[in-house]
Design a protein around this ligand. Structure first.
Ligand code: SAM
Length: 315
């Protein structure tokens, strides 16, 4: 239940991710004028970390933009374990159109995000709202095209209620984002969540970012490092290989799935921007970066009964 030691460790992983993103943004890896409103603590991270986050953030944003472009303005975004992610504001400032953007996380995280949003006019003014109506609850915020709600993703009944409160419409195309989230869930709870999404959303595209190939020596070091910070990696067995990753989704009712390891992702991002990014900081240990990137991956899975070609979406 909420407030357990394991959950505190998991909640702290959001602070870690946010601090890494802020450091990369300050060093010019990508533009994000919103993140400094959400993250106060600044700590300089290593170039390898910056490059890893560059690949992850670019790929997730580009896949989301590709999905929205394919599915039109009715499309929705569902961000699971959203943490302090700023994607809503980045998409809005890039002129992307969508009908709804829903963010779910533990209440300890959404309460802090809510406070930061309320403090910052620049974050509040992004909300599309005809009558200027924004409803704020305890750890929740509901605007016309943005909803932030507290929920434990492992409790399916609560997730269903939260999705209704956030006006997520099962008949509208939905991109589901899970960035470093599913690995913290028991495999049974994760399976129930993934099955529920596959069976209720008519058209859906899921983007999951997490560790892959964790059974070799380097993978074990990564796992120990996360566990050492008080996190229970309950879903780690699903991160063994590309096949186990894909089966996790196809076994939960998704049509099909595929995996891109992050070394591949970095090679396939737009080359001019990758060259610009590589000139930002010197990198001594290219081998470490490559090992790190090979041990993370993006798995995409889709439900596409109307043949929109979601399986061909690219970043
Ligand atoms: N997705 C964000 C990003 O990439 O910046 C945050 C990633 S952080 C590593 C993991 C997030 O998932 C945390 O904010 C954590 O609270 C959330 N999370 C993990 N398990 C969860 C659960 N069972 N219910 C709700 N949120 C959860």
């Amino acid at each position: 239940s909420e407030g357990t030691i394991g959950q505190e460790g998991i909640i702290l992983t959001n602070d870690d991710a946010s601090v890494c993103k802020l450091s990369a943004v300050r060093h010019g890896y990508w533009q994000d004028p919103f993140i400094s409103h959400l993250v106060r603590q600044y700590e300089r991270k290593a170039p390898e970390i910056h490059r890893g986050y560059y690949a992850r953030v670019m790929a997730v944003q580009r896949l989301t933009e590709a999905f929205l472009a394919r599915c039109g303005a009715d499309a929705q975004v569902l961000n699971l374990g959203a943490g302090f992610d700023t994607l809503y504001w980045r998409l809005k400032s890039a002129g992307c159109r969508f009908s709804n953007f829903v963010e779910l996380d533990f209440s300890a995280v959404t309460a802090r995000k809510l406070m930061a949003i309320q403090r910052q006019k620049g974050l509040m003014t992004a909300f599309k709202s005809d009558e200027g109506e924004v409803r704020v609850g305890r750890a929740a915020l509901h605007a016309e095209d943005y909803h932030l709600a507290p929920v434990d993703l492992a409790r399916l009944a609560d997730v269903r209620t939260a999705l209704e409160e956030c006006c997520l419409r099962p008949d509208r195309p939905t991109i589901v984002l899970a960035e470093c989230v599913l690995v913290y869930m028991e495999s049974r709870a994760c399976h129930e969540l993934l099955s529920h999404l596959a069976s209720t959303l008519r058209t859906a595209y899921l983007v999951n970012y997490e560790m892959v190939g964790v059974d070799d020596r380097f993978g074990q070091i990564l796992v120990q490092n996360v566990r050492g910070r008080g996190c229970d990696l309950a879903g780690i067995e699903a991160c063994n290989s590309d096949q186990t990753q894909m089966q996790r989704f196809t076994g939960a009712g998704w049509d099909d799935a595929k995996v891109w390891r992050m070394d591949v992702v970095l090679r396939r991002l737009p080359s001019a921007d990758v060259r610009r990014m590589e000139r930002l900081e010197l990198l001594d240990e290219m081998d470490i970066l490559l090992q790190l990137l090979e041990h993370y991956g993006i798995t995409v899975a889709w439900r596409d009964p109307d043949g929109l070609g979601l399986g061909e979406l690219d970043y």
